[in-house]
Design a protein around this ligand. Structure first.
Ligand SMILES: O=C[C@H](O)[C@@H](O)CC(=O)C(=O)O
Ligand SMILES: [Zn+2]
Length: 278
């Protein structure tokens, strides 16, 4: 498991391209028959990918070595969204079939997790966020139809997109984790612009549905000190609370956002006036 230290905005603004990528970009998340984990000390979120191909991937109690607990989710909750083929996930005695673009919430206290693909030729790709938790809420599958949708933007401003809120208080209770998936309409290239910060929550953006030659210029930094990171298919960016976050692609794309921190109010954002951006 890789550890990322928290970072001050005064340090971040001095970084060059390589430095920004080292601190904020998460790459190579999907490895055959493996789980990959990146632990950010910002709100202690763990970001990762699970791609079972020839055999199931398990989260056995030993994984608790990373968290100093008897088992991995002893004091944590986990949310995942499947961006690949059909998956079967076993959580202790329960079994969940998670199709493409469906989500699963696993509450605190789950000991044994097993992630399998139903078809090795079209393996599941389970992108997950995991955060410290204080109580056990029920495990729950969330379909795309159950995710509370919100369509924003317009073709004129190239930001027409639908925000599918999978893991939010309107859909199910969690300790702190919020997750959703934002899909851009063909020809729309901008996400989250006009942009915002939320000093009370950090956020990770994971981009996918991109062709080999497509890139997203992900914008981050203090609103008056913006920087960009060139992001390719299936890469994620860690956005500290002080950082704005938005992106523009060379083609339409989809991304998963996940947030942890102080509150769970989706609309609790500090909107940045367009005239303030530098
Ligand atoms: O705090 C909320 C997050 O930044 C995203 O939900 C925004 C987003 O998906 C979008 O506007 O495209
Ligand atoms: Zn945000």
């Amino acid at each position: 498991m890789e550890i990322r230290q928290p970072i001050h905005s005064e340090h971040a603004k001095q970084l060059d391209t390589e430095g920004l990528r080292r601190h904020f970009l998460v790459d190579g998340m999907f490895q055959p028959d493996q789980a990959t984990l990146t632990y950010s000390q910002i709100d202690r979120i763990i970001v990762g990918g699970i791609m079972p191909v020839t055999k199931p991937v398990t989260f056995a109690p030993e994984l608790g070595r990373h968290t100093g607990t008897d088992f991995f989710l002893q004091r944590r909750e986990l949310g995942l969204i499947n961006i690949g083929g059909a998956a079967r996930v076993k959580v202790d005695e329960q079994t969940f079939d998670i199709g493409a673009r469906e989500a699963l919430y696993v509450g605190q206290g789950a000991r044994l997790l097993e992630f399998g693909s139903l078809d090795a030729a079209n393996p599941a790709k389970l992108y997950f966020n995991c955060a410290p938790a204080h109580t056990a809420y029920p495990h729950k599958k969330i379909t795309l139809a159950e995710a509370s949708p919100e369509t924003l933007g317009s073709p004129e401003t190239s930001n027409r997109r639908t925000i599918h809120k999978f893991i939010v208080p309107d859909v199910l209770p969690t300790c702190q984790l919020l997750m959703g998936m934002t899909q851009l309409e063909p020809g729309s290239l901008w996400n989250t612009m006009p942009c915002h910060t939320h000093d009370r929550r950090m956020e990770v953006y994971f981009y996918f549905d991109m062709s080999e030659n497509a890139v997203v210029f992900h914008m981050m930094g203090e609103p008056t000190q913006t920087r960009h990171i060139v992001v390719r298919n299936e890469q994620a960016v860690i956005n500290p609370s002080w950082s704005m976050h938005a992106g523009v692609g060379t083609q339409a794309y989809t991304f998963i956002w996940g947030m942890v921190g102080e509150n769970q109010v989706f609309k609790d954002m500090d909107h940045v006036p367009m005239t303030a951006l530098r």
